[in-house]
Design a protein around this ligand. Structure first.
Ligand code: PMP
Length: 379
């Protein structure tokens, strides 16, 4: 029940990767033999699969090692342009993934000015507040589509629509929505979008940065690494063919199955909430359920330490409190803190997330067992 940290790989994805490892050997950028040609063909097929899911052109898809790298390239990659044009103001939110927050924090030590917008108790940032911060020297607005801890959908449609005719770049971290909110992403207006394949049952270590062309011109993003010309120099380094193939396959499957998956995910959420209601535990849901995706539940179980609950149930349940990237040591979730939730309630909050491969009955059974433990350790 921790799909938001990483989903299991789809067997069909794995098969496509094994085939690539066995039969598409070689460097996709080798021009001197057939092996390179064959590897290049499957990489370009995968690029088309990603492009089709997102409804962009394949020459707007740049493979990276995942969303952390995509976010870094999208933000740091604009630095030279920003300095040349004296546009050094960035707007983002206090609930972004650390790969956005730490990057803008670094830039703020380099002469950039950063406005961080906090959400209210609903878990959503106010689009008007975000947009009211736009100035003549604003370089970039970066807002995530779906928050990884709460599952709350942010107003990126409204923000993107407002920014379309402004001289400001808009970046969306779509790591938690890619392959899930398919129509919604297709309808967004953005310049740059990031995701990781492993959140949609693809392999870990691969993802993409989408750079949308404006009158044939890409956003003026420069690589943050020096090296070769792979991925048009946006992300130098040998293209990992089998990972790229897996990423493409995961996108293809998501495109075919997202409609069916949506119903399954909703059924699981309803069943989990019914289980909670029946259990007699006192609970509240963090974030406004109206804006929550159907695959995440962030819950506060009154009087139950989330740390104690996780330790007591870890034999049969994989849940979390906060994002995996910050969970090496316990500190209260910065996302829930930014929403204004009381520290004691944050300490009693857990995140449960699931996906298309989750079996509803098994999830309910495990959740019932978890709630029995919760009642035992409640104080
Ligand atoms: N952004 C969001 C919203 C995420 O949930 C994650 C993964 N937790 C990332 C970025 C980073 O993804 P990765 O670790 O695959 O680079």
């Amino acid at each position: 029940m921790d799909y938001n940290a990483s989903a299991p790989i789809d067997e069909r994805v794995l098969d496509s990767m094994v085939d690539a490892y066995k039969n598409k050997i070689g460097n996709a950028d080798s021009r001197t033999h057939e092996f390179g040609e064959r590897a290049r063909t499957v990489v370009e097929d995968a690029r088309k699969q990603v492009a089709s899911l997102l409804d962009v052109n394949s020459d707007e898809v740049f493979f990276t090692s995942g969303a952390t790298e995509s976010n870094n390239i999208a933000i740091q990659g604009l630095r030279e342009y920003a300095e040349r044009n004296n546009k050094k103001h960035i707007i983002t939110t206090a609930i972004e993934h650390k790969s956005v927050l730490e990057t803008v924090k670094y830039l703020s030590t380099q002469g950039f000015e950063v406005d961080l917008i906090s959400p209210d108790i609903t878990g959503r940032v106010d689009q008007d507040e975000v947009l009211s911060k736009v100035r003549s020297d604003t370089l970039l607005v970066s807002v995530m589509h779906v928050n990884n801890e709460t599952g709350i959908i942010q107003p990126v449609k409204e923000i993107g629509d407002f920014l379309t005719d402004k001289d400001v770049f808009f970046h969306v971290d779509a790591t938690q929505s890619c392959g899930k909110l398919v129509e919604e992403i297709r309808a967004l207006n953005y310049n740059m979008l990031s995701f990781s394949a492993h959140k949609l049952m693809g392999p870990q270590g691969i993802g993409a940065l989408i750079l949308k062309r404006d009158k044939f011109k890409l956003p003026p993003v420069k690589s943050v690494l020096f090296g070769g010309q792979q991925e048009h120099g946006i992300r130098p380094g040998t293209v990992p063919v089998a990972l790229v193939v897996g990423c493409g396959k995961a996108c293809e499957i998501a495109e075919l199955e997202y409609g069916k998956n949506k119903t399954h995910l909703e059924e699981i959420k309803n069943a989990l909430i019914q289980t909670l209601d029946k259990s007699g535990v006192e609970y509240s849901i963090n974030g406004d359920p109206e804006f929550c995706v159907s695959s995440t539940l962030n819950l506060c179980i009154k009087g139950v330490s989330s740390e104690a609950l996780m330790i007591s149930t870890k034999q049969f349940c994989g849940i979390s409190n906060g994002s995996a990237c910050t969970s090496k040591s316990y500190s209260p979730s910065y996302v829930l803190s930014a929403m204004g939730i009381d520290k004691n309630l944050i300490e009693a909050s857990i995140r449960i997330s699931w996906g298309p491969m989750t079996d509803k009955d098994e999830a309910v059974k495990n959740f019932e067992d978890l709630l029995i433990v919760a009642k035992q350790i409640a104080n």
